[in-house]
Design a protein around this ligand. Structure first.
Ligand SMILES: Cc1cc2nc3c(=O)[nH]c(=O)nc-3n(C[C@H](O)[C@H](O)[C@H](O)COP(=O)(O)OP(=O)(O)OC[C@H]3O[C@@H](n4cnc5c(N)ncnc54)[C@H](O)[C@@H]3O)c2cc1C
Length: 363
């Protein structure tokens, strides 16, 4: 058995642990300093913008999105069957609102392109949009694109289900161990021998760094540099009057998502707040208000909503390379990075796990 140590149990580490546990020959340990899905994953809205993303068919970004959406179709029922847990997954698709007249022709081309790939996207002209979703109203709207096969998943409940299913498959989890360093093998400078934690040393044959914003110190301990910076996001949980009927797809417009949780509650988010020169980022109330105002501008029924909860989280954004970072840490043949997923970690977790499993399988 090959010993594999995974650092980090957000959506990315948990998905890797589960997918790897389904392949014979690996003894897997996951180490985190806190319970699963507390960091970036705990703040995510879980919107899965696959087919509706404007990524070219041959690009890496598209390959990862497409692989993830394909795996999600089987992963959710598989986890529900194995754990007996229900994982809230919105099968009503995504409705993307368009506000610029020159977007219409561009979207019609994308829709044709996706059709040629065998995927479904539908253009809704303004009359069709009003008829199907009367809750959406704005004089600025020119139409919308509907993607029936995209969706949304509860990131925390999904991560917990992955941990449970991985545990059933023999994975060991340590949720109270902070990684403080790493040891290089005396016999080879290209090999990491163990990780040092507040709970002792964990030797392994292979190491996977899925620690989000905590990935940088691990690389530094191995004398390498990767840069992952925080980008803050704030979001709201709203409740509408009982007679309300929210649209059931995720509605996205002007980079604001309305994520329905049934017919009278929803999440609305998220802000995108960059750090200052010192690397600090503090939640700005005005930006959250602007997101709420933006959502009300195209879904006026939200103006009567009550705020039940407000939260924020930090997205791990890589610098100097595209998100996400998946591959070997430079100079090491047994340290894999699966980090820097920025705004799409929930969407890209299954594809990331697929790539990591392939890389480990090839060795
Ligand atoms: C407001 C908001 C909305 C978002 N919405 C979406 C969305 O709709 N769709 C989408 O796909 N993505 C979304 N994202 C992005 C998504 O949340 C992230 O890309 C994703 O959660 C990253 O997952 P991760 O597992 O890499 O990192 P994390 O969830 O941050 O997990 C990293 C883990 O590593 C652990 N760790 C770090 N350092 C150490 C250490 N030294 N020792 C031990 N453990 C350590 C942490 O405790 C943590 O549990 C959103 C993010 C935010 C903030």
């Amino acid at each position: 058995m090959k010993q594999v140590a995974i650092v980090g149990c957000g959506i990315v580490g948990a998905t890797i642990a589960y997918e790897l546990s389904q392949i014979p020959g690996f003894q897997i340990t996951v180490i985190d300093r806190q319970p699963p899905a507390q960091a970036s994953t705990g703040a995510a809205l879980g919107v899965l913008m696959g087919n509706i993303s404007q990524k070219k068919p041959k690009s890496r970004a598209w390959r990862l999105r497409h692989a993830s959406m394909q795996r999600y179709a089987t992963l959710i029922p598989e986890l529900e069957a194995r754990t007996g847990r229900q994982i809230p997954y919105n099968h009503h698709g995504i409705l993307k609102l368009c506000f610029e007249a020159d977007e219409i022709a561009k979207w019609k081309k994308w829709i044709e392109l996706r059709h040629s790939q065998g995927l479904k996207l539908e253009w809704l002209a303004i009359e069709a949009l009003k008829k199907r979703y009367p809750q959406i109203e704005s004089t600025q709207l020119v139409g919308a694109v509907y993607s029936p096969d995209d969706g949304q998943v509860d990131p925390v409940l999904l991560t917990q289900a992955l941990v449970e299913a991985a545990t059933l498959a023999g994975v060991t989890f340590h949720f109270d161990a902070t990684v403080t360093g790493a040891k290089i093998a005396a016999s080879s400078p290209q090999v990491c021998q163990s990780i040092e934690t507040t709970r002792g040393e964990f030797p392994a044959d292979e190491f996977i760094v899925a620690a989000g914003l905590g990935s940088m110190p691990f690389a530094s301990a191995l004398n390498q540099t990767i840069t992952v910076k925080p980008v803050l996001g704030q979001a709201l949980h709203l409740r509408l009057p009982e007679t309300s009927r929210l649209p059931q797809p995720v509605v996205t417009g002007e980079d604001i998502h309305i994520v329905p949780l049934g017919e009278t509650e929803c999440w609305v988010g998220a802000t995108v707040e960059f750090p200052d020169a010192a690397g600090e980022v503090v939640a700005d109330e005005a930006q959250l208000q602007a997101v709420l105002d933006g959502a009300v501008a195209f879904c006026p029924m939200l103006s009567s909503a009550k705020i039940l909860r407000q939260w924020s989280g930090l997205r791990p954004r890589p610098q100097g390379q595209a998100a996400p970072i998946i591959g070997y840490l430079e100079g090491y043949r047994n340290v894999l990075l699966a980090t820097g997923h920025y705004r799409n970690g929930v969407l890209l977790a299954p594809a990331t796990a697929g790539e990591i499993c392939r890389m480990l399988g090839d060795r």
